[in-house]
Write a protein that binds this ligand. Structure first.
Ligand code: SAH
Ligand code: SF4
Length: 436
């Protein structure tokens, strides 16, 4: 059962002070200051949460240019081809060809009229972002680097476990939320991704994997803040959920947010799972490491989590990065327990993953274990997340769009690029060769 019921005795809970002492808060602040001093030469983000969303221009297209198929939900496609004078039921047929059969050559779509097949290249394009690197970790994690044009790149990570294959996808190139411990947050937002670029990450990885290696879950925990790009993110969810397409269950999709509170209702409305990057045991400490907390504080954030639970009945995942001296003390575990008590949830502990120029330190294993044990003792449902893919820089907070000389090793020897359907292989071959 996920709910934190407080199985600790009432004496245990009463023994937890209402807040940290001034000394404890000062200790966290000086650990943050020390980390910042170490990275003074590295440019940090601005610390302002962006609130002006770019308009989603995906379905707006000049009449003479084909629209990217992967930007369209089934409803969008129906509307669009109706405007082009075609029967709407053709939309389902095209969806099935593309998502079920992976056929994008109109000539092979045998149940469409000859005329429609001839017209299709003028109406729809099937371009996907190109995979330019495919890395495999010793632990089975795989990282895919995509060329997003204009010198920009992004990363998606496939994390295997016993019963699932989870694809961690990106919603933006860079991120303006500027959490102090996050590598992506150090690169300011370059741009928000379009729907076809997010769907494209899924489809490219899907095509690179074998029949028996299907992606079972997706998490928006790659680069960027999904709620800073809500139009494209929620359209992607509709595309991947469509029974005529990939048919991915809503329960297998998780949106992780740093806490753009006014947009969180969308996660409940889409009926997908909510993960929240909580990362601190108190409001004060959260403001030290996540500037967004100054805009929407932790109490507003937790209220939005309660609203989500009311709306969906689904429990919430809180992600909690353990930073040495800042968020990893036993007293922090107790405060954290108090903070989220009463919200049906599980807590995912993520020991800080180091990255170039980071001033923070990863706590030692004993401190991590003690934190985990204390939360468990109090009655929290707590998981210690194994840091998958650290050797290829694919672990949480290590993703970047600019990575000159990063100490990652590349192994594409067992990449399935060679086994791709011809049209996909040709589209990717040149880019991949340059990097292999
Ligand atoms: N922007 C979204 C999703 C991407 S970040 C969000 O913040 O929720 C995915 C997760 O990685 C977040 O929970 C974040 O707290 C965590 N993370 C970021 N940097 C990290 C680091 N260096 N070590 C460990 N986890 C990190
Ligand atoms: Fe952006 Fe998430 Fe990194 Fe914060 S943790 S900077 S919100 S990607």
């Amino acid at each position: 059962m996920d709910e934190i019921k407080g199985s600790a005795s009432s004496a245990d809970i009463q023994a937890i002070p209402d807040s940290l002492t001034q000394d404890q808060i000062k200790a966290a602040q000086s650990a943050v200051d020390a980390a910042e001093a170490k990275v003074a030469s590295v440019e940090m983000g601005q610390g302002e949460a962006p609130v002006n969303y770019f308009e989603d221009t995906n379905t707006k297209n000049s009449d003479d240019k084909p629209v990217n198929f992967y930007s369209l939900t089934l409803e969008d496609l129906k509307e669009y081809i109706k405007k082009k004078g075609k029967e709407q039921f053709r939309a389902q047929q095209i969806y099935k060809w593309v998502y079920e059969q992976r056929v994008t050559d109109p000539e092979q779509m045998s149940n469409l009229s000859k005329q429609f097949r001839a017209d299709m290249p003028k109406i729809l394009s099937f371009e996907l972002p190109k995979v330019i690197k495919h890395l495999k970790s010793v632990d089975g994690t795989q990282k895919f680097l995509f060329d997003m044009g204009e010198g920009q790149s992004l990363e998606a990570v496939l994390i295997p476990s016993e019963d699932r294959r989870t694809l961690c996808i990106s919603s933006e190139v860079g991120c303006n939320i500027a959490c102090k411990f996050c590598y992506t947050g150090k690169q300011k937002l370059k741009r928000r991704l379009r729907t076809e670029e997010i769907v494209g990450q899924f489809m490219q990885v899907h095509d690179l994997l074998g029949e028996n290696e299907r992606i079972s879950n997706i998490v928006f925990m790659g680069m960027g803040e999904p709620l800073d790009n809500p139009e494209a993110v929620f359209k992607t969810i509709e595309v991947l959920h469509s029974p005529w397409g990939i048919n991915l269950s809503r329960k297998k999709i998780t949106v992780s947010t740093s806490g753009i509170v006014p947009e969180m209702w969308r996660i409940g409305k889409a009926k997908v799972r909510l993960a929240v990057s909580l990362n601190a045991p108190t409001n004060d400490i959260r403001s030290m490491v996540m500037p967004i907390n100054k805009k929407w504080n932790v109490y507003e954030l937790l209220d939005a989590c309660r609203d989500y639970y009311e709306a969906t009945g689904e429990s919430i995942t809180f992600e909690y990065v353990l930073l040495k001296g800042v968020t990893d003390q036993l007293e922090h575990a107790r405060q954290l327990f108090k903070l989220v008590r009463g919200i049906p949830c599980k807590i995912n502990l993520i020991p800080f993953n180091e990255h170039p120029g980071s001033g923070f330190e990863r706590p030692d294993d004993e401190a991590v274990q003690a934190f985990h044990t204390e939360l468990g003792r109090l009655g929290a449902h707590v998981l210690l997340r194994r840091s998958m893919g650290r050797d290829i820089f694919a672990a949480c907070g290590q993703l970047t769009s600019q990575a000159p000389n990063r100490p990652e090793t590349m192994d594409i020897s067992n990449s399935k690029l060679a086994g791709l359907p011809k049209h996909l292989r040709e589209a990717q071959a040149s880019a991949t060769m340059q990097n292999s």
